[in-house]
Design a protein around this ligand. Structure first.
Ligand code: BGC
Length: 399
């Protein structure tokens, strides 16, 4: 009898124990899944949807899954949740609610210009601190839009980049609050050139546009150097009827335009103007020339003029030094620039790159690419450019 009771008790205890164990294990699995799907700060995937290479990391940079530790079936499931997550991030709220909201209108009505002056944060903070500053209301990939009004444009900020982390940190820490105050629907893309080829600023901009348009129907592009920080809130990051040169007055150049056709630093293009110009040229390797070429494309191919905000508004601080040296000036840039080559034969339609991956960080989308450098001789042959002496043009100074 006593023996029997002990067996029953033991039996009940083991059932309770097994159930408790099962409960703990399933809770743990659920907990991990929730963390994985709701809070990843980094999602990256390889081009060509090689699903075995999806990596999802949490805030502490712990890799949860890679091709060795997970079955193909789970990777497939994970891939679809990553896809959902990406598309959700680029989708507006319920259209019925959204369409009833007023149009966002960042107004410049106050006569006191000092209230529009931006206080630039000059401290180089680690990324996790910058995330704390500005990440709380960002959608993954540095995407933000106002919740209380409808935006007219979908803006992609395309930043060309290579190995300038301190500049990137300062840029992100300053640009997010600036754009949020202007009530814009924006996303930040950092297009990073891997490899040892000479830097090609303009081709990176084209890559940014091509890849950005695969994610969302952006209709305004702002091409940005990573070392320029806007100083005035009235410098509104919107696209207009004409391409706009935004960085008119830079502190390094004593807030003066160097020459009347200068079109470097920061520029804004509607998607149709950018397509109409066949994008940026791809044939300027190293420093200089590509911005002047883009100016000529606007005038000669688009048959438009550029526009600018006044010098008192389009003001920028250039982040200097931090161990950065510019690339070598391209000795052939003027030969290409004034060769009258056909803009249909080079630009967005000849942008060749190897896409390594796209990483969805909290503060920005990182696009890692390698570009294939063409020699000047190859460029000359391809575009039928005649050999000529490289002469520096005489440019009208703007005061
Ligand atoms: C270069 C441009 C540059 C400008 C101002 C020109 O000589 O070709 O690319 O923006 O100088 O520095």
């Amino acid at each position: 009898m006593f023996q029997n009771r002990r067996t029953i008790l033991l039996f009940i205890c083991s059932i309770v124990f097994v159930q408790a164990l099962y409960y703990i294990v399933t809770l743990q699995v659920k907990h991990n899944q929730t963390r994985l799907i709701n809070f990843p700060s980094i999602i990256s995937y390889e081009q060509g949807s090689d699903i075995e290479k999806i990596i999802v990391q949490d805030i502490k940079n712990v890799t949860y899954f890679n091709n060795t530790s997970i079955s193909k079936e789970s990777i497939r499931e994970l891939k679809s949740s990553v896809d959902d997550l990406i598309s959700i991030n680029f989708t507006k709220p319920d259209p019925i609610i959204y369409n009833s909201l007023p149009i966002c209108n960042f107004s410049i009505s106050n006569n006191d210009s000092s209230i529009y002056k931006v206080t630039i944060n000059k401290d180089i903070n680690p990324f996790n601190i910058i995330e704390k500053h500005h990440g709380f209301d960002l959608h993954i990939g540095g995407h933000w839009f106002p919740k209380t009004c409808q935006t007219e444009q979908r803006l992609a900020i395309i930043v060309c980049y290579r190995n300038r982390e301190p500049h990137l940190k300062l840029f992100l820490d300053n640009i997010h609050p600036f754009l949020k105050q202007q009530q814009l629907d924006y996303t930040i893309f950092i297009v990073n050139q891997h490899g040892y080829e000479q830097f090609n600023r303009a081709m990176l901009f084209n890559v940014g546009v091509i890849e950005a348009l695969k994610l969302y129907s952006f209709n305004c592009f702002i091409f940005h150097d990573v070392d320029l920080l806007p100083e005035d809130l009235r410098n509104v990051y919107k696209c207009g009827e004409k391409p706009r040169h935004m960085s008119v007055a830079v502190d390094k150049f004593h807030y003066r335009l160097l020459y009347s056709t200068l079109f470097g630093g920061v520029t804004a293009f509607s998607v149709s103007d950018f397509m109409g110009a066949n994008g940026y040229p791809t044939i300027y390797w190293g420093w200089g020339g590509e911005d002047d070429d883009m100016y000529l494309r606007v005038v000669k191919k688009l048959k438009k003029s550029i526009t600018r905000y006044p010098v008192s508004i389009a003001r920028y601080k250039m982040i200097r030094t931090l161990n950065h040296t510019s690339g070598k000036p391209n000795p052939d840039r003027y030969t290409i620039l004034y060769s009258k080559y056909n803009y249909d034969h080079d630009g967005l339609n000849t942008t060749n790159y190897k896409l390594h991956n796209i990483v969805f960080n909290k503060l920005y989308i990182l696009i890692n690419v390698t570009l294939k450098e063409e020699s000047f001789e190859q460029i000359r042959m391809r575009l039928n450019i005649k050999k000529r002496e490289t002469k520096k043009p005489i440019r009208k100074k703007k005061v």
